[in-house]
Design a protein around this ligand. Structure first.
Ligand SMILES: Cc1cc2nc3c(=O)[nH]c(=O)nc-3n(C[C@H](O)[C@H](O)[C@H](O)COP(=O)(O)OP(=O)(O)OC[C@H]3O[C@@H](n4cnc5c(N)ncnc54)[C@H](O)[C@@H]3O)c2cc1C
Ligand code: FES
Ligand code: FES
Length: 479
């Protein structure tokens, strides 16, 4: 991974972060989960000499809710939303959108705020939050301001966020009993797929009659767009098959989709009709929640095995030394460590070469390690986030050199490896799933390794090995 930043700040209070942002705004970028920033920096997009890591600011953490509102802290991750009963109950389209993001090892770290600020019209949570009528609370040393999500965007990847501002909170009016909503995405595959198109719909009902409608469409225009004609048409109607079809037709009539590498304009129009029609019919039947998994795969058993006291031993907010625990061994790394990714730290400084660099863009999963109990793509985690944390790599998974982790043994027994390049990542993802639940289903196993690509074994034996260590009976799959 090409290193482009020179200075790495890791403030622990919001005030310190805002001060740093004001002081360094022309050369600095904020980093949270890093899943967009690290990729952009490696491609020389919005280069920055300074990173301000906000991931340790407790004031930005957490989700709280009451009868009226759900409030996501600025650091809420996709996993936080997926695993929040309040969000699944009261902001269901957002929970669905979060579960569609990338792969589990991204959702452990990637944040909703980061998704909003990157501002791609393909970004899944934006449409969900627009349909849910969410408001963003922006903060700077100048004070707070509230911006409705659909007023946040001014053009392609452009927002009203000022260089000295952070998203502190995302406020979502809770879905009421008379409201139903959903999010549907069309991607080129079921994981690690940027939307070809997606739609978020929230309907209010007065009995069987639609009384209010919000439809947000992604990946059709330079920003997320609404469908005002179809929205107006639906108000006062009962959702029968003809009404759903006509609304879908009006949505298509009012859009002129983009043509790009993921789909032609014609393909988008064709699938948009089908997607919106299906979505409305599912809402009419009250079936929008029928496919939501009872226990979504998180690869996240967040533990406090880290060592937060280490965070105190440093020079203000500037991170110059990384003090971390890797596979139970304490490590102090100076020099250019804060300018690396976690993958480079593990391979170059700790000399642990099990985690591999396949793509350096979060696409292949070969670099999967655990940080404080969360499986992550270590190529996208700045090494600074290992400071005060506990890291486990494939080298630390076995109980001893003679007693392998049961999944490692199963990979050997089943011959689930050819060149072996992807295997450490596969095993780290699979072993985390087994930490999370003793007897995962085949679907859960597929979901756990959906961010891991193998170019030579074929997935059959890999899944056989996972099934072998699970208490579940094997199920026939078409891998
Ligand atoms: C392989 C891969 C697959 C992906 N798949 C999807 C997908 O399916 N759908 C999708 O929508 N996205 C996808 N993404 C994009 C990405 O994971 C999301 O946009 C993610 O939510 C970004 O969050 P983050 O915390 O990692 O952001 P970061 O990379 O840390 O930051 C992103 C931007 O937001 C800014 N920022 C972060 N937090 C704040 C804050 N609180 N206040 C102000 N500015 C802030 C940063 O300065 C930066 O400009 C994918 C990315 C990868 C690498
Ligand atoms: S996902 Fe990290 S190297 Fe491919
Ligand atoms: S075993 Fe070769 S890439 Fe998976």
């Amino acid at each position: 991974m090409r290193r482009t930043w020179q200075t790495y700040f890791q403030p622990t209070t919001l005030r310190d972060a805002l001060r740093l942002l004001q002081e360094h705004r022309s050369q600095a970028r904020v980093i949270a989960g890093g899943t967009d920033v690290i990729v952009e920096l490696s491609r020389d997009i919005k280069p920055a000499s300074t990173l301000i890591d906000i991931s340790r600011i407790a004031e930005l953490d957490g989700i709280r809710s009451d009868d009226e509102t759900i409030v996501l802290g600025g650091l809420s991750t996709h996993n936080d939303v997926i695993s929040s009963d309040a969000c699944v109950d009261g902001a269901f389209p957002l929970a669905q959108a979060c579960l569609e993001i990338g792969a589990p090892q991204l959702r452990t770290r990637a944040t909703i705020a980061g998704n909003l600020v990157t501002a791609s019209p393909a970004n899944d949570t934006i449409s969900a939050l627009v349909a849910l009528d969410a408001t963003l609370i922006l903060t700077s040393l100048r004070g707070l301001r509230a911006v409705p999500t659909d007023e946040f965007y001014t053009g392609f990847r452009a927002t009203v966020l000022q260089p000295d501002e952070l998203i502190a909170e995302i406020r979502i009016p809770r879905l009421r009993r008379h409201q139903r909503g959903l999010f549907i995405k069309l991607g080129l595959r079921r994981a690690q797929a940027i939307s070809v198109i997606h739609v978020a719909i929230v309907l209010s009902f007065d009995g069987a009659i639609v009384s209010d409608v919000k439809i947000a469409l992604g990946c059709l225009a330079p920003t997320i767009v609404r469908a005002p004609t179809a929205e107006a048409f639906l108000v006062g109607k009962t959702l029968d098959a003809g009404v759903c079809d006509e609304a879908a037709r009006l949505i298509c009539e009012s859009t002129s989709p983009i043509d790009d590498i993921r789909g032609t304009a014609d393909y988008r129009l064709l699938t948009l009709h089908r997607l919106t029609n299906d979505g409305l019919e599912r809402l009419a039947r009250g079936e929008e929640r029928s496919t939501w998994p009872a226990q979504p795969v998180l690869l996240d058993t967040l533990s406090d095995t880290g060592h937060p006291q280490l965070l105190m031993e440093r020079d203000g907010s500037t991170l110059t030394t990384i003090e971390t625990i890797i596979n139970g061994q304490a490590m102090h790394v100076r020099g250019d460590a804060p300018r690396k990714t976690l993958l480079d730290l593990v391979r170059e400084d700790a000399g642990l070469t099990g985690a591999k660099e396949g793509c350096a863009e979060g696409e292949c999963g070969a670099c999967t390690v655990w940080i404080d109990g969360q499986a992550v793509m270590s190529c996208l985690v700045p090494a600074g986030q290992a400071h005060g944390a506990a890291i486990t790599t494939i080298e630390g998974l076995a109980e001893s050199p003679d007693i392998l982790h049961p999944l490692q043994q199963a990979f050997i027994d089943r011959g689930a490896s050819q060149c072996g390049f992807c295997i450490p990542g596969m095993v780290m993802a699979g072993a985390k799933l087994l930490d999370e639940r003793a007897a995962p289903s085949t679907d859960e196993m597929l979901s756990a390794v959906s961010g891991n690509i193998c170019r030579c074994t074929g997935y059959r034996k890999i899944l056989d090995a996972m099934v072998a260590v699970s208490a579940q009976p094997a199920v026939e799959i078409n891998a």
